[in-house]
Design a protein around this ligand. Structure first.
Ligand code: AMP
Ligand code: ZN
Length: 457
């Protein structure tokens, strides 16, 4: 049974899904006004790891929804400049299309399979659902109208018996100014559900008791409405970076009447020179800046998701080397000849490694420990158990270590001939065969105690 650190309780809790057959996960996705940076990618890699662990280690199906924010203040700031000749709605759509496509390319590069994400809903496709949720909040007298916009009232929410501040402890003073639209709000922490139409911005009509309030949704309401649309109500796990705890997830939770998800999981930030990587600071790096994107994945997994990680090129280079070494081992293991497998004492190491691997991940997804568990067998154990563990590790960690391409019989014969020549101390011949293995088949031969092991160059 897996334990996960729940931001709702600030503790590690045993995870029990609502339905025994399927786990529902909702991840806050990108705002598609620009390319995602590698800090953002950490926030997408984390739910990918989570869903892989649930699927392949816990053997349970996953319904993973990730939204695409295609309407918010950041989008508004960009679409006009990007497509000045287009009508606002078209320009917004084109901007969203462009960066959604790039986002999908970027996540594929770091080993997130598009097919593992069940739905990627875009906020503008769910305006009726968003409006219906706002209407419900208005009817419940928790939301109010002000100058053509609609706000969520924290005071009224709390008066209804709910607590605002479940994910973070809050201490508002009347002077606090938490958003720019302060003047139209009754309370400092109230937030916009619907923003009044501005000239030259896309808008939707919103009929409320015979009155039309043209405008667009606020940011927080989209995730409440879309998670409800896909999961029907309470779901299992909500993910996002720590900066989303407040106000975003706190507000989502309030909009859902205090019951949105059972677990809220938050990944820590990727920083650069100890400062959060962020577009507003301008210290961003992009996956295209990185030659080996899977090494970036390894780098992220080498730290625990709840620890801050500082991004630097030296660590990335080490991650690249680790991946290379693990691939050599994995190749040697997968291509090892029948006679070389297994040795008695290696069985217990493989089992220990397997146990530690599973235990680490079941303990709040401790990937550094899981990677350490694999090091126990690396270069030492060449058995069927080890093969099984490496295949499991690949499914769960997504590092593409295992290549299951079988070698052609002719190549196997060549390896055997090479082995024999070495054994016979016919080094002139063995050197020729070694060169042939590399030149014609891209294989590197290593001579070890248990015989010749080969890996792809
Ligand atoms: P945004 O597009 O700004 O809404 O961010 C998308 C996701 O990236 C959110 O879950 C953020 O919490 C997360 N995020 C943003 N910056 C970082 C960072 N430097 N490190 C890790 N996660 C981040
Ligand atoms: Zn969200």
């Amino acid at each position: 049974m897996i334990k996960l650190y729940n931001s709702l309780t600030n503790s590690k809790q045993e995870f029990k899904p609502i339905s025994a057959s399927r786990v529902s996960i909702y991840s806050c996705g990108p705002t598609v006004y620009d390319r995602v940076h590698v800090g953002n990618l950490r926030a997408f890699l984390f739910p990918d790891l989570l869903q892989r662990v649930l699927r392949y280690l816990e053997n349970i199906d996953v319904d993973w929804v990730m939204n695409i924010t295609d309407i918010d203040d950041k989008m508004m700031g960009r679409f006009k400049a990007a497509y000045p000749e287009e009508a606002p709605a078209n320009a917004l759509g084109r901007l969203a299309d462009k960066y959604t496509d790039l986002f999908l390319e970027d996540i594929e590069k770091i080993g997130i399979k598009r097919g593992d994400i069940s739905h990627l809903p875009r906020a503008t496709d769910y305006i009726p659902q968003i409006q219906s949720m706002i209407l419900t909040l208005l009817k419940a007298n928790i939301a109010y109208l002000s100058d053509g916009s609609i706000y969520f009232s924290i005071a009224k929410y709390e008066a209804s018996g709910q607590k605002y501040g479940r994910l973070v402890s809050l201490n508002f003073t009347p002077q606090s100014r938490v958003t720019q639209d302060q003047d139209q709000k009754e309370g400092v922490a109230d937030f916009a559900l619907w923003k009044v139409r501005k000239t030259d911005e896309p808008y939707w009509d919103f009929e409320i008791e015979g009155q039309n309030l043209p405008g667009r949704p606020g940011w927080h309401i989209e995730c409440s409405a879309m998670s409800r649309e896909f999961f029907g109500g309470l779901f299992d796990i909500h993910t996002g970076g720590v900066d989303l705890k407040f106000p975003h997830h706190e507000n989502e939770l309030a909009q859902c009447g205090g019951a949105q998800a059972n677990f809220y999981l938050h990944n820590e930030h990727l920083s650069i020179e100890q400062e959060k990587m962020s577009k507003s600071i301008g210290n961003t790096k992009f996956i295209d800046d990185i030659k080996d994107p899977i090494a970036f994945r390894y780098l992220v997994l080498s730290g625990h998701y709840r620890s801050q990680m500082d991004f630097n090129l030296a660590d990335l280079a080490s991650a690249h080397e680790r991946i290379k070494n693990l691939r050599v081992y994995s190749d040697q293991l997968m291509l090892a000849r029948v006679g070389q497998l297994p040795t008695q004492d290696s069985a217990s190491i493989a089992q220990q490694s397997h146990r530690q691997f599973v235990a680490a991940l079941e303990d709040d997804l401790n990937t550094p420990k899981a990677l350490a568990a694999i090091s126990l067998i690396e270069g030492k154990v060449f058995s069927e158990d080890a093969k099984e563990l490496m295949r499991l590790a690949d499914d769960v960690l997504g590092l593409n270590l295992v290549s299951d391409d079988p070698l052609h019989a002719k190549v196997l014969e060549l390896i055997d001939n090479y082995s024999q020549a070495r054994h016979d101390k016919n080094f002139e011949h063995s050197d020729k065969l070694r060169a042939k293995l590399l030149a014609d088949h891209g294989l590197v031969a290593a001579d070890t105690e248990i015989g010749t092991l080969v890996s792809r160059a």
